[in-house]
Design a binder for this molecule. Structure first.
Ligand code: SAM
Length: 219
């Protein structure tokens, strides 16, 4: 199996072992994004790398229409079962975000992702996905994401797996970002802000950047 396929099945088996690997509460990013999304008048939100859905549910509960995807079939199946059991309406799909996003241009008011771009994606792949996000956003739409940063306790530790990527003791390959890289990757968007925050979700506190990009209204 390729390293790529190995990471995907590692997420599958991790999620198969528990219903809430990242905890039951929404992420710090989702909580802080709520006001930003509302202030921008967002209604239709696409979540990338939704995992087991803690943030998708939070966004749904707060009135957004949510489409969420992940390449872990296990995570998405768990979400589908939970959504059916609780009568929550969400559009859920298994999709590898390295492939083109299966949505027409201008489908969403916002794209949201917590700790998705920080997975085993090269800088070129991240740039291509950000470009795809821009395509599926409406003019003025937001792309709100978080990534582990170069102040994180795991930065530069363990087995190196590529530029700025290391495999942690749990077997996940993590891509760490500095501010300069984030600025470089913001091409085609207006960069509204980069803010550092702590993510205390299990199993340990991580250092992240919250990044908020806006698709230019004229695009
Ligand atoms: C660190 S987890 C975060 C999960 C969720 N956002 C949360 O905070 O609870 C990263 C997620 O990205 C997904 N992922 C990684 N690479 C992916 C890809 N190429 N396409 C789609 N999903 C991917 C993983 O399956 C995993 O669920």
């Amino acid at each position: 199996m390729t390293e790529r396929g190995q990471q995907q099945s590692h997420w599958d088996s991790t999620y198969a072992g528990t219903d809430d690997f990242f905890g039951k509460e929404p992420s710090e990013l989702a909580v802080s994004a709520l006001g930003t999304l509302k202030d921008n008048g967002a209604k239709d939100v696409l979540e990338l790398g939704c995992g087991q859905g803690r943030d998708s549910y939070f966004l749904c509960r707060n009135g957004f229409s949510v489409t969420a995807l992940d390449y872990s079939e296990t995570g998405v199946c768990q979400m589908k079962e939970r959504a059916a059991a609780s009568g929550v309406g969400m559009n859920l799909l298994v999709h590898d975000a390295r492939e083109p996003l299966p949505f027409p241009d201008g489908s969403f008011d916002a794209v949201f992702s917590h700790m998705f771009f920080t997975m085993e994606l090269s800088e070129d792949e991240v740039a291509k996905i950000l470009e795809e996000c821009c395509r599926v956003l409406r003019p003025g739409g937001l792309n709100i994401y978080s990534v582990r940063n170069d102040h994180d306790p795991h930065y530069g530790k363990f087995e190196q797996r590529g530029k700025d990527m290391w495999r942690n003791p749990m077997g996940f390959v993590v891509h760490f970002f500095d501010e300069e890289t984030i600025r470089r990757l913001s091409t085609g968007y207006d960069l509204l802000w980069i803010k550092e925050f702590d993510d205390p979700s299990p199993p340990f506190t991580k250092k992240l950047y919250e990044v908020v990009l806006r698709k230019p209204r004229s695009k």
